[in-house]
Design a protein around this ligand. Structure first.
Ligand SMILES: Nc1ncnc2c1ncn2[C@@H]1O[C@H](COP(=O)(O)OP(=O)(O)OP(=O)(O)O)[C@@H](O)[C@H]1O
Ligand SMILES: [Mg+2]
Length: 235
Protein backbone atom coordinates (compact mmCIF):
# COMPACT_ATOMS: atom_id res chain seq x y z
CA UNK A 1 0.00 0.00 0.00
CA UNK A 2 1.39 3.46 -0.83
CA UNK A 3 1.98 5.78 2.12
CA UNK A 4 0.23 8.62 0.30
CA UNK A 5 -2.41 7.80 -2.27
CA UNK A 6 -4.01 10.60 -4.25
CA UNK A 7 -6.61 9.86 -6.93
CA UNK A 8 -8.58 12.36 -9.01
CA UNK A 9 -7.88 15.17 -6.58
CA UNK A 10 -9.22 18.59 -7.50
CA UNK A 11 -9.05 21.93 -5.70
CA UNK A 12 -10.12 25.44 -6.57
CA UNK A 13 -9.91 29.02 -5.40
CA UNK A 14 -13.46 30.30 -5.79
CA UNK A 15 -14.39 29.42 -9.34
CA UNK A 16 -10.83 28.99 -10.56
CA UNK A 17 -9.77 25.34 -10.72
CA UNK A 18 -6.13 25.11 -9.57
CA UNK A 19 -5.79 21.31 -9.38
CA UNK A 20 -7.64 19.03 -11.77
CA UNK A 21 -7.94 15.27 -11.33
CA UNK A 22 -4.45 14.78 -10.00
CA UNK A 23 -3.37 11.21 -9.17
CA UNK A 24 -0.08 10.62 -7.39
CA UNK A 25 1.45 8.13 -5.00
CA UNK A 26 4.32 8.24 -2.54
CA UNK A 27 5.71 4.98 -1.16
CA UNK A 28 7.10 4.77 2.39
CA UNK A 29 10.57 6.33 2.48
CA UNK A 30 10.35 7.49 -1.12
CA UNK A 31 11.60 10.88 -2.33
CA UNK A 32 9.20 12.22 -4.94
CA UNK A 33 9.67 15.50 -6.79
CA UNK A 34 6.94 17.71 -8.24
CA UNK A 35 8.20 20.00 -10.98
CA UNK A 36 6.31 22.63 -12.91
CA UNK A 37 6.35 26.30 -13.85
CA UNK A 38 5.03 29.17 -11.72
CA UNK A 39 1.30 28.83 -11.16
CA UNK A 40 1.21 25.13 -12.14
CA UNK A 41 -0.43 24.12 -8.85
CA UNK A 42 2.52 22.77 -6.85
CA UNK A 43 1.77 24.75 -3.69
CA UNK A 44 -1.94 24.01 -4.10
CA UNK A 45 -1.17 20.28 -4.22
CA UNK A 46 0.92 20.37 -1.03
CA UNK A 47 -1.71 22.49 0.74
CA UNK A 48 -4.39 19.99 -0.26
CA UNK A 49 -2.33 17.13 1.18
CA UNK A 50 -1.73 18.96 4.49
CA UNK A 51 -5.44 19.88 4.55
CA UNK A 52 -4.76 23.62 4.66
CA UNK A 53 -6.88 23.84 1.50
CA UNK A 54 -10.15 22.00 0.78
CA UNK A 55 -9.99 19.42 -2.01
CA UNK A 56 -12.23 16.73 -3.50
CA UNK A 57 -11.30 13.27 -4.67
CA UNK A 58 -9.29 10.60 -2.89
CA UNK A 59 -6.57 11.57 -0.42
CA UNK A 60 -5.32 8.72 1.74
CA UNK A 61 -2.46 8.16 4.15
CA UNK A 62 -1.84 4.42 4.60
CA UNK A 63 -5.35 3.72 3.36
CA UNK A 64 -7.04 6.18 5.71
CA UNK A 65 -8.87 9.11 4.12
CA UNK A 66 -7.52 12.49 5.21
CA UNK A 67 -10.52 14.42 3.95
CA UNK A 68 -12.25 14.34 7.33
CA UNK A 69 -9.22 15.81 9.13
CA UNK A 70 -8.30 19.43 9.76
CA UNK A 71 -4.82 20.82 9.05
CA UNK A 72 -3.75 20.70 12.72
CA UNK A 73 -4.86 17.06 12.98
CA UNK A 74 -2.84 15.69 10.06
CA UNK A 75 0.39 16.64 11.88
CA UNK A 76 -0.55 14.05 14.49
CA UNK A 77 -1.05 11.50 11.69
CA UNK A 78 2.53 12.03 10.55
CA UNK A 79 2.39 14.71 7.85
CA UNK A 80 4.58 17.78 8.35
CA UNK A 81 4.44 20.65 5.89
CA UNK A 82 7.36 22.96 5.30
CA UNK A 83 5.53 25.75 3.44
CA UNK A 84 6.57 28.21 0.75
CA UNK A 85 8.24 31.19 2.43
CA UNK A 86 9.22 29.16 5.52
CA UNK A 87 6.89 30.90 8.03
CA UNK A 88 9.36 30.76 10.89
CA UNK A 89 9.08 32.71 14.13
CA UNK A 90 11.84 35.07 13.14
CA UNK A 91 12.05 36.90 16.48
CA UNK A 92 12.57 33.64 18.37
CA UNK A 93 15.75 31.60 18.66
CA UNK A 94 16.62 28.62 16.49
CA UNK A 95 16.15 26.39 19.54
CA UNK A 96 12.66 27.75 20.25
CA UNK A 97 11.61 27.31 16.61
CA UNK A 98 12.78 23.70 16.66
CA UNK A 99 11.01 23.02 19.95
CA UNK A 100 7.80 24.45 18.49
CA UNK A 101 8.03 21.86 15.72
CA UNK A 102 7.57 19.20 18.40
CA UNK A 103 4.59 20.87 20.07
CA UNK A 104 2.35 17.81 19.75
CA UNK A 105 4.85 15.45 21.32
CA UNK A 106 5.30 14.79 25.00
CA UNK A 107 8.38 12.58 25.48
CA UNK A 108 11.19 14.97 26.43
CA UNK A 109 13.73 12.25 25.85
CA UNK A 110 12.58 11.57 22.29
CA UNK A 111 12.38 15.28 21.53
CA UNK A 112 15.96 15.76 22.77
CA UNK A 113 17.12 12.80 20.66
CA UNK A 114 15.44 14.23 17.55
CA UNK A 115 16.88 17.66 18.29
CA UNK A 116 20.30 16.06 18.26
CA UNK A 117 19.51 14.30 14.97
CA UNK A 118 18.45 17.47 13.14
CA UNK A 119 21.50 19.33 14.49
CA UNK A 120 23.68 16.54 13.11
CA UNK A 121 21.92 16.94 9.76
CA UNK A 122 22.45 20.74 9.80
CA UNK A 123 25.61 21.26 11.94
CA UNK A 124 25.65 25.04 11.50
CA UNK A 125 22.39 25.23 13.48
CA UNK A 126 24.09 23.71 16.51
CA UNK A 127 26.37 26.75 16.62
CA UNK A 128 23.40 29.08 16.18
CA UNK A 129 20.92 27.51 18.62
CA UNK A 130 20.45 30.62 20.72
CA UNK A 131 20.59 33.08 17.86
CA UNK A 132 17.43 34.81 16.67
CA UNK A 133 16.23 33.30 13.38
CA UNK A 134 15.96 36.71 11.68
CA UNK A 135 19.75 37.07 11.98
CA UNK A 136 20.45 33.89 9.95
CA UNK A 137 21.11 33.82 6.21
CA UNK A 138 18.28 32.75 3.90
CA UNK A 139 19.80 29.33 3.39
CA UNK A 140 20.30 28.82 7.13
CA UNK A 141 16.68 29.83 7.71
CA UNK A 142 15.65 27.15 5.22
CA UNK A 143 17.66 24.63 7.30
CA UNK A 144 15.64 25.73 10.34
CA UNK A 145 12.36 25.34 8.44
CA UNK A 146 13.20 21.79 7.35
CA UNK A 147 14.57 20.91 10.80
CA UNK A 148 11.45 22.27 12.48
CA UNK A 149 9.23 20.12 10.24
CA UNK A 150 11.37 17.08 11.15
CA UNK A 151 10.84 17.81 14.85
CA UNK A 152 7.20 16.80 14.29
CA UNK A 153 8.50 13.27 13.51
CA UNK A 154 6.80 13.01 10.13
CA UNK A 155 6.33 9.87 8.10
CA UNK A 156 5.65 12.18 5.18
CA UNK A 157 7.47 15.48 4.82
CA UNK A 158 6.03 18.05 2.42
CA UNK A 159 8.59 20.56 1.13
CA UNK A 160 7.55 23.57 -0.94
CA UNK A 161 10.45 24.86 -3.03
CA UNK A 162 13.11 24.39 -0.33
CA UNK A 163 15.90 25.71 -2.57
CA UNK A 164 14.27 28.84 -3.92
CA UNK A 165 16.41 31.97 -3.65
CA UNK A 166 19.33 30.11 -2.12
CA UNK A 167 22.94 30.33 -3.28
CA UNK A 168 24.42 27.34 -5.09
CA UNK A 169 26.57 25.94 -2.30
CA UNK A 170 23.82 25.93 0.34
CA UNK A 171 21.38 24.63 -2.28
CA UNK A 172 23.51 21.52 -2.75
CA UNK A 173 23.62 21.08 1.04
CA UNK A 174 19.82 21.35 1.20
CA UNK A 175 19.25 18.79 -1.55
CA UNK A 176 21.78 16.42 0.01
CA UNK A 177 20.10 16.79 3.41
CA UNK A 178 16.72 16.03 1.84
CA UNK A 179 18.18 12.88 0.33
CA UNK A 180 19.55 11.89 3.75
CA UNK A 181 16.12 12.48 5.32
CA UNK A 182 14.46 10.16 2.80
CA UNK A 183 17.20 7.56 3.25
CA UNK A 184 16.42 7.59 6.99
CA UNK A 185 12.90 6.36 6.16
CA UNK A 186 10.90 9.60 6.02
CA UNK A 187 8.97 9.88 2.75
CA UNK A 188 9.32 13.26 1.06
CA UNK A 189 7.03 15.00 -1.43
CA UNK A 190 8.92 18.03 -2.69
CA UNK A 191 7.79 20.81 -5.03
CA UNK A 192 10.71 22.40 -6.83
CA UNK A 193 11.69 24.54 -9.79
CA UNK A 194 15.30 23.40 -9.79
CA UNK A 195 14.82 20.46 -12.13
CA UNK A 196 18.47 19.49 -12.30
CA UNK A 197 18.90 18.98 -8.55
CA UNK A 198 15.46 17.45 -8.17
CA UNK A 199 16.23 14.87 -10.85
CA UNK A 200 19.52 14.24 -9.05
CA UNK A 201 18.04 13.41 -5.64
CA UNK A 202 14.44 12.23 -6.25
CA UNK A 203 13.47 8.69 -7.18
CA UNK A 204 10.37 9.70 -9.11
CA UNK A 205 9.04 12.88 -10.64
CA UNK A 206 5.63 14.28 -11.47
CA UNK A 207 5.38 17.31 -13.71
CA UNK A 208 2.42 19.60 -13.07
CA UNK A 209 1.23 21.94 -15.80
CA UNK A 210 -1.96 24.00 -15.47
CA UNK A 211 -3.13 21.99 -12.48
CA UNK A 212 -2.76 18.61 -14.21
CA UNK A 213 -0.10 15.92 -14.20
CA UNK A 214 1.52 16.35 -17.61
CA UNK A 215 4.36 13.82 -17.21
CA UNK A 216 5.55 11.31 -14.67
CA UNK A 217 8.27 8.73 -14.33
CA UNK A 218 11.46 7.73 -12.61
CA UNK A 219 14.13 10.43 -12.43
CA UNK A 220 16.31 8.55 -14.90
CA UNK A 221 13.45 8.24 -17.41
CA UNK A 222 12.62 11.91 -17.00
CA UNK A 223 16.22 13.01 -17.34
CA UNK A 224 16.30 11.26 -20.72
CA UNK A 225 12.95 12.65 -21.95
CA UNK A 226 13.36 15.25 -24.72
CA UNK A 227 10.40 17.38 -23.61
CA UNK A 228 11.65 17.49 -20.04
CA UNK A 229 15.18 18.25 -21.14
CA UNK A 230 14.04 21.10 -23.36
CA UNK A 231 11.53 22.70 -20.98
CA UNK A 232 13.04 22.02 -17.58
CA UNK A 233 16.72 21.55 -18.15
CA UNK A 234 17.12 23.94 -21.07
CA UNK A 235 19.33 21.49 -22.98
N1 LIG B 1 -5.17 32.18 -2.65
C1 LIG B 1 -5.41 32.09 -3.98
N2 LIG B 1 -6.50 32.67 -4.53
C2 LIG B 1 -6.76 32.58 -5.86
N3 LIG B 1 -5.97 31.93 -6.74
C3 LIG B 1 -4.86 31.33 -6.24
C4 LIG B 1 -4.53 31.38 -4.84
N4 LIG B 1 -3.38 30.70 -4.66
C5 LIG B 1 -3.02 30.25 -5.88
N5 LIG B 1 -3.91 30.61 -6.83
C6 LIG B 1 -3.86 30.28 -8.27
O1 LIG B 1 -3.82 28.87 -8.40
C7 LIG B 1 -2.91 28.47 -9.41
C8 LIG B 1 -1.86 27.53 -8.81
O2 LIG B 1 -1.06 28.26 -7.89
P1 LIG B 1 0.08 27.60 -7.01
O3 LIG B 1 0.47 28.59 -5.98
O4 LIG B 1 -0.38 26.27 -6.55
O5 LIG B 1 1.24 27.41 -8.10
P2 LIG B 1 2.76 26.94 -7.89
O6 LIG B 1 2.98 25.83 -8.86
O7 LIG B 1 3.03 26.69 -6.48
O8 LIG B 1 3.56 28.23 -8.41
P3 LIG B 1 4.98 28.85 -7.88
O9 LIG B 1 6.05 28.01 -8.52
O10 LIG B 1 4.96 30.23 -8.42
O11 LIG B 1 5.00 28.79 -6.39
C9 LIG B 1 -2.33 29.74 -9.98
O12 LIG B 1 -3.05 30.07 -11.15
C10 LIG B 1 -2.57 30.78 -8.90
O13 LIG B 1 -2.73 32.05 -9.45
MG1 LIG C 1 4.29 27.53 -5.11
Amino acid sequence: MPLLDIQDLSASYGKALALESVSLQVEPGELVGVLGPNGAGKTTLLKAVSRSLAASGTLKLEGRSLLGYAAHEVVGLGICHCPEGRRLFSELSVRKNLELGAYLRSSRQEIAADMDKVLTLFPILRERLDQMVSTLSGGQQQFVAIARALMGRPRLLLLDEPSVGIAHKLKIEIFDAIRTIAASGVAVLMAEQDALNTLRVAQRIYVLENGRIAHQGSSSEMAGDDHIRRIYLGV
